[in-house]
Design a protein around this ligand. Structure first.
Ligand code: BTN
Length: 272
């Protein structure tokens, strides 16, 4: 049960509290310092039956994990770095990209409510952008049992108050940089969990994959516009036409042929 976890790391539980959306309950475990909330959450979930809605929130991660073995760097206490445990039995293992889509859309809901002026969009596969700058990264790790998703660990790194970033990050931005205000990360977390609860429960009720796909594409960075990309053959002009059920990016080239890409097989030519 939450609260009784063994804590093999130098982390400690400050307090656990609950916040309620319409139907979902979240139990938030505050951790002062840890390697990675995703690694910790995944480890605990493999040992114990962790309740859906359990959140491991760290003030500091010293080995934060990004997508595809990248590191996630975040200044202590300034941002949100947390992992949420979900038990999406209604999402078959073959549809794993659905979870990334649900969470990405919840983040656009939150950011659209906080940042009025600028364009918020999803940069395939799992980044949230404000105009051409990255404000958030999502790392979903699933555990499959037979033909069911046993649990998902949804890791979110959202830049809230940080204004100075390491040089190696190509194009970071935070909510505070855009609005000029300082936020309480706990308050933003509660708002974000409400957005996630809303999107997640809606999908569970309706299982409307077409609507989810439409909303994802409507918010997708560079969707439907000719743009420059780079793959193993070099630079080319193409147009994003969709994302398939495995999360592969579909791009139509200028000769009309379609190509499908996994992550790291194609780059957007701009900033990163
Ligand atoms: C990415 O953009 O590559 C994904 C970044 C995900 C970062 C979050 S921070 C909380 C959670 N714990 C981790 O180690 N990673 C995720």
């Amino acid at each position: 049960m939450p609260g009784n976890f063994h804590k093999p790391y130098s982390c400690f539980l400050i307090r656990v509290y609950c916040t309620f959306t319409n139907r979902m309950q979240f139990d938030i475990h505050n951790i002062e310092r840890i390697d990675s909330t995703n690694s910790y959450a995944f480890g605990v979930c493999t040992k114990e039956k962790v309740a859906e809605g359990t959140v491991f929130l760290a003030r500091e991660q010293y080995a934060g994990k990004g997508y595809h073995q990248n590191a996630w760097l975040s200044e202590k206490g300034k941002n949100l770095t947390f992992s949420l445990v979900l038990r999406p039995e209604f999402i078959p293992p073959s549809d794993q990209f659905v979870m990334t889509q649900i969470i990405s859309l919840a983040l656009t809901d939150l950011l659209n409510s906080l940042i009025a002026q600028q364009k918020i969009c999803i940069k395939w596969p799992n980044d949230i952008y404000v105009d051409d700058r990255k404000i958030c990264g999502i790392l979903v790790q699933n555990s499959i049992m037979g033909d069911k998703t046993d649990f998902s660990v949804v890791g979110i790194g959202l830049n809230v108050n940080q204004t100075v970033f390491p040089e190696e990050l190509p194009n970071p931005v935070s909510i505070a940089e855009i609005t000029g205000e300082v936020y309480q990360p706990d308050v933003i977390l509660k708002q974000l969990l409400e957005c996630i609860g809303e999107r997640y429960e809606n999908y569970k009720d309706n299982l409307d994959r077409d609507l989810l796909q439409k909303e994802y594409l409507d918010n997708l960075y560079r969707y439907g516009k000719p743009a420059e990309f780079k793959d193993e053959t070099g630079f080319f002009i193409g147009q994003i036409t969709g994302v398939d059920e495995f999360g592969r990016l579909e791009i139509v080239l200028s000769d009309g042929k379609q190509k499908k890409y996994n992550f790291k097989e194609v780059e957007f030519e701009t900033d990163d």
